[in-house]
Design a binder for this molecule. Structure first.
Ligand code: FCB
Length: 451
């Protein structure tokens, strides 16, 4: 049982969460710049204005990545840094930052994996209706062209969107994330349709314009459920949960994955959403469904489910005292077995875990180290399950730890520390946590030391 020889060991972060420099060098505002100014939206009123100041410290940060031995680093490009109004004039200084970052990574032997959109949507486009505007897919494709034209001579790995489930769900339905809207399902599904079209158009754009052969995927939430017991009924229940579309929300795999990979909305979704489903054409579905080279999945937890009375899955409780992380997500290592297995069987694409990790209340000890033994244990458990999925035939190509460093955790502000590297936000001092050294050894051994 081992990972493939060319397994990609990486770590991830996202522009708004680490860059800071929110107004530097001609950057335009994003909807997160807007939301973080609204009172009561973010824990303790935190903002990403400075964050980890990665915009100015990227050289040091890449040096730390090199120390850890990362093979790849998943970064996102800030759309309004590159196009301050979202469309039209390019900001050369903003685009130049990604140019330099890519060069620095390549010089360190680290492959840049670029996500085009990780939630920092241009404020000016929000004023024009954002994802509700029927032109929004085209805006996104034009932005993609700008980035691809500049970086694709050196970047070959691309992800279109990060977690549409999350920027539409908490962002456009629950009002907790930017842009803070509370839309009904009719409007939310219309925005979602535009998001899917944006995905498809941008895949076409990357393929048409890339200067080196592109490897293209995306990074949706991998909604994972784990069987409560090892019985065929509970296994089926977990599968049902991962295929299901529940009314009233868009937290699911198939409303997103089916159109993108299979070219149609799932039948169950069409049924449960009913009249809220937007009108769409066969042409739309062709645009959305583009060949992908991998299916990314962000998987943190997989709540246990069991077979219910009506032949449907129901939530199973965990025993009192079941481990959870600082953000109260349950520790369920087999999410990295069942999640990839389901997605691979349904979509028949290579799988990349584009995010996985945990938050702990880490601090720097008197001896100067950060002793995050629980992170090491968590990762060891999860990675063993990922390896088990590979041994069972799932084509797993890579794993990106979330995150390379502690950062701005959206509505939770700086409450949570997900990093392999500890960040002191007052001094910007970085400290490698014990887990960073452990991960270095895992990478070096290609997982052979996971036990
Ligand atoms: C995911 C996001 C990522 C980070 C982790 C903890 O939903 O993609 O930016 O916030 O959760």
């Amino acid at each position: 049982m081992s990972f493939r020889q060319d397994f990609v060991w990486g770590a991830a972060a996202a522009s708004y969460q680490i860059e800071g420099a929110a107004q530097a060098d001609g950057k335009g505002a994003s909807i997160w710049d807007m939301l973080t100014r609204q009172s009561g939206k973010i824990w303790e009123g935190h903002t990403g204005d400075t964050a980890c100041d990665h915009y100015h410290r990227y050289r040091d940060d890449v040096a730390l990545m090199r120390k850890i031995g990362l093979k790849a680093y998943r970064l996102s490009v800030s759309w309004p840094r590159v196009l301050p109004q979202g469309t039209g004039a390019i900001n050369p200084l903003g685009l130049g930052f990604y140019d330099r970052l890519v060069d620095e990574l390549l010089a360190a032997g680290i492959a840049p994996w670029v996500t085009l959109f990780h939630w920092d949507y241009p404020y000016d486009l929000f004023l024009r209706g954002g994802w509700l505007n029927p032109d929004s897919p085209k805006w996104f494709a034009d932005y993609a062209a700008t980035v691809v034209d500049r970086l694709s001579d050196r970047v070959s790995h691309w992800m279109t969107l990060n977690e549409p489930q999350c920027f539409i769900g908490p962002g456009h339905i629950a009002g907790e994330h930017a842009p803070g809207l509370k839309l009904g399902m009719t409007e939310a599904l219309l925005a979602s349709h535009h998001v899917l079209l944006a995905h498809g158009l941008s895949v076409q754009t990357i393929r048409a314009r890339a200067k080196t052969t592109p490897v293209i995927g995306w990074a949706p939430v991998g909604v994972a459920y784990t069987p409560a017991t090892d019985t065929a009924d509970d296994r089926r229940a977990a599968e049902q949960g991962m295929a299901a579309v529940y009314p009233g929300g868009i937290w699911n795999n198939t409303w997103w994955g089916d159109p993108a990979v299979l070219g149609e909305y799932p039948e169950e979704g069409l049924r449960v959403y009913g009249k809220a489903v937007p009108r769409y054409t066969a042409e739309d579905m062709k645009t959305i469904c583009q060949p992908l080279d991998f299916y990314g999945a962000n998987i943190y937890s997989g709540p246990p489910v069991k077979a219910g009375p009506a032949g449907r899955e129901v939530a199973a409780s965990t025993a009192p005292g079941h481990p959870h992380t600082h953000i109260l997500w349950k520790v369920t290592p087999s999410a990295l077995y069942w999640g990839p297995k389901f997605l691979h069987e349904r979509y028949k694409l290579p799988i990349v875990i584009t995010e996985n990790g945990l938050t702990l209340p880490d601090w720097v000890s008197l001896d100067g180290g950060v002793h995050d033994a629980a992170r090491i244990d968590f990762l060891q458990r999860y990675l063993r399950e990922l390896r088990r999925s590979a041994a069972d035939g799932v084509d797993v190509r890579g794993y990106f730890h979330w995150s390379i460093m502690d950062n701005f955790e959206w509505a939770e502000g700086y409450k949570h520390r997900f990093g392999l590297i500890h960040v002191d936000y007052e001094t910007q001092k970085r400290t490698l946590k014990d887990s960073a050294f452990w991960y270095r050894d895992v990478i070096h051994a290609n997982g052979a030391n996971l036990g």
